[in-house]
Design a protein around this ligand. Sequence first.
Ligand SMILES: Cc1cc2nc3c(=O)[nH]c(=O)nc-3n(C[C@H](O)[C@H](O)[C@H](O)COP(=O)(O)OP(=O)(O)OC[C@H]3O[C@@H](n4cnc5c(N)ncnc54)[C@H](O)[C@@H]3O)c2cc1C
Length: 438
Amino acid sequence: MEPVTVIGAGLAGSECAWQLARRGIPVTLREMKPEKMTPAHVTPWFAELCCSNSLRGAGLENAVGLLKEELRRLDSLILRCADATAVPAGGALAVDREGFARMVTEEIRNHPLITVVPGEVTELPEGQVVVASGPLTSDTLANRLLALLGDGQQTTLNFFDAAAPLVSFDSVDMDSAYFASRYDKGTPDYINCPLSKEEYLSFWQELTTAQEAEVHGFEDGQVFEGCMPVEVMARRGEDTLRFGPLKPRGLPDPKTGKEPYAVVQLRRDNADGTIYNLVGFQTHLRWPEQKRVFTMIPALKDAQFLRYGVMHRNTYLDSPRLLDRYYRLKSQSRIAFAGQMTGVEGYVESCASGFLVGVETARRLKGQAPIDFPQETAIGALGLYVSNQTVGVFQPMNINFGIIPPLDHRVKGKRNKNAELSQRSLAIIEARREEILS
Ligand SMILES: Cc1cc2nc3c(=O)[nH]c(=O)nc-3n(C[C@H](O)[C@H](O)[C@H](O)COP(=O)(O)OP(=O)(O)OC[C@H]3O[C@@H](n4cnc5c(N)ncnc54)[C@H](O)[C@@H]3O)c2cc1C
């Protein structure tokens, strides 16, 4: 059988290649790292997480928890590696960044049906192709895609995505910080850095006026709300951060027994606990400014920054006009897209689209009927949303219960309702599991 070419070994491409190979389809996986790096990737590993190390909420009362559980039950490579390299993170699934990416890389490289071909792809190959080159697709390939899809219409859209800095644990002043989880739930996994009112106000003032790095074409309005630079959020008002990432609720300082005025949280970034990231501190300040302003947080006064935050333009397709529910190009079904470039937003969502493309492409090549992932499932809801032609202004989409049909009966309380929506979906997945896995 002719191999399927998958371009890009990120979250989507790795999952897609794996799903094809586990169904007996040979894969040529083409990845340009480490020869050529995108502006946000820094390691040679596949499935590199370029910002947070969190795959977000783990519970079934939230939609990304459901999406993960569906993928887990359907033998997703990314979920298996994430579970195996998880680090404590309260109610979230966070991973040891490097351990996770190394494991995905080894699994892919060791699979007998996957051939990894290094180097940048500059032309769209012949045959069956899955383009999973991500929001930072190299310029040459991006131009080729534009020429292919263009036809005089607007085919791509943009927004900006920012990454948060990392600091070494050694450099955090633990006399000014404390381990705790919000409302004492679960284990105390986060380091909490309290600020008094005076400290917060001086920090906030400096943050709103600090010098930003030049990013061509960036204006505050063009950010994805879920990944907004901390300085942009700060400019929205004095208290915006205190109701957002610096919320002190449920985090009393053990020294005083009281909730501080504001709290910066640090989440463990590796299994050894030697690296922590600043939760919600996506930023595009100039690097010296990040050091100057973030070290105003008392516990970070001597912080050693192992990586500074960066921001990049994130390009995605106008998918409702271009793709079908299996992320295939309507005009040429030999070409499918997967990952963030389809307009799904986030690590898990990118993985889910790669999963669906892998399953469907394998089935089609084997002459099997497509699996109907209905809108009641999170995997299906994402594909249906992205290809929904009635969506006028297409925006990047995180999985959420709003794109899943409601229950046909009333349930009291949002958490209970969401938990029931999840159970409904998982029952569908269980009923089709054998067929999907076959
Ligand atoms: C700066 C930034 C921060 C982000 N932060 C988060 C976050 O904190 N949480 C979150 O959930 N999501 C975040 N995202 C969004 C998104 O979930 C990630 O970008 C995710 O990695 C997308 O997965 P992907 O597989 O589509 O692309 P990627 O993971 O980027 O994988 C694409 C791969 O294709 C390769 N490639 C590109 N062009 C070529 C070519 N021409 N030839 C061969 N290979 C090529 C790249 O090297 C890369 O390995 C962020 C995005 C950006 C840009």
